[in-house]
Design a protein around this ligand. Structure first.
Ligand code: SAM
Length: 286
């Protein structure tokens, strides 16, 4: 392996060690610095072959599941801490813009909005965001920047749901609704024109496919699925979505950013011709 590959692998193992050794993943100067270094490493523009060799390294393969779990937990803690801070602030709007990944979400949501416009020619009206989190920044940006007036947010975590609802209140945003539920228990999704799936929903192999098959079963024909994924070294942080995970949804566009934006996105459609999938017993069997 060339020195670049070796350097990246050594850095990754060190960062994983540091994150694993932290007593808590709650944000502080040191934790933020370690995560920021990891995100910089994962979004650094690498030659495809170099990236493949790094991801194929046995030590890297061994740590990837743990690294993704640490990133999810760290992201959840960061969002929770910032939402409490924003709610408590004298100027919540200004405080929100101080969120360390605000610009990242601005770019990601802009990419998603225009990708959907690009393939459909119009902005979907009724939106469901699955996995909104304690800081539902995507939904806030869709409402604030792109005129979406009907966005329902679902999260499996009661505290995340409670915080997100309080945050929308503090920001005087009334077009967002919040519900605490596991998406796998949500069958009333046929009215949505677009369902967005956060990258952290379905973190383990098989989970994401289970969620997408469930949505396929209950979404209406013609509705859109916008699912977050990851490519290249960004797959160190998030599990990538394979086209085979789409379970009948017809892929329309896949976007892999090479900017500071971490997530990739897949825009897919439930084909018009498809009938509610009650005939194929394997829909839920995984
Ligand atoms: C941290 S958020 C990230 C999204 C980000 N806040 C945004 O606005 O794009 C991801 C959330 O997904 C939620 N989640 C994970 N699995 C889920 C499931 N099966 N059903 C609903 N929510 C889920 C987690 O509780 C977590 O709060």
């Amino acid at each position: 392996m060339g020195s670049r590959h070796a350097d990246v692998v050594v850095d990754l193992l060190r960062l994983y060690q540091e994150l694993s050794a932290l007593p808590t993943l709650s944000p502080n100067a040191h934790t933020n610095a370690v995560f920021s270094e990891l995100v910089r490493l994962a979004t650094h523009l690498e030659d495809d072959q170099v990236a493949r060799q790094i991801l194929a390294h046995p030590d890297v393969r061994r740590i990837i599941p743990g690294l993704r779990s640490l990133c999810s937990a760290g992201e959840f803690e960061l969002e929770g801490a910032w939402t409490r801070q924003i709610i408590a602030s004298l100027d919540p709007q200004r405080e929100l813009r101080e969120f360390p990944y605000f610009a990242n979400y601005e770019q990601l949501t802009r990419l998603e909005h225009h990708a959907v416009l690009g393939v459909t020619g119009c902005a979907p009206r009724r939106v469901l965001f699955v996995g909104a989190g304690p800081l539902p920044l995507t939904s806030l940006l869709l409402a604030g920047r792109y005129g979406h007036t009907e966005i329902d947010n679902v999260d499996i975590d009661p505290e995340a749901t409670r915080l997100a609802a309080r945050l929308a209140e503090a920001l005087h945003v009334s077009s967002l609704r919040f519900r605490c539920a596991d998406v796998l228990a949500c069958t009333d999704v046929a009215d949505y024109d677009m369902v967005c799936l956060a990258a952290m929903v379905g973190p383990h192999p098989g989970d994401k496919t289970r969620v997408i098959k469930h949505l396929y079963r209950h979404m209406r024909p013609g509705a859109l699925l916008v699912a977050r994924s990851a490519h290249s070294l960004r797959t160190l942080l998030y599990r990538p979505l394979a086209l085979s995970d789409l379970a009948g949804f017809r892929p329309l566009v896949v976007l892999n950013p090479h900017t500071e934006v971490v997530n990739s996105l897949v825009v897919a459609e439930k084909p018009e011709a498809s009938q509610p999938d009650s005939r194929s017993p394997d829909a839920e069997e995984l």
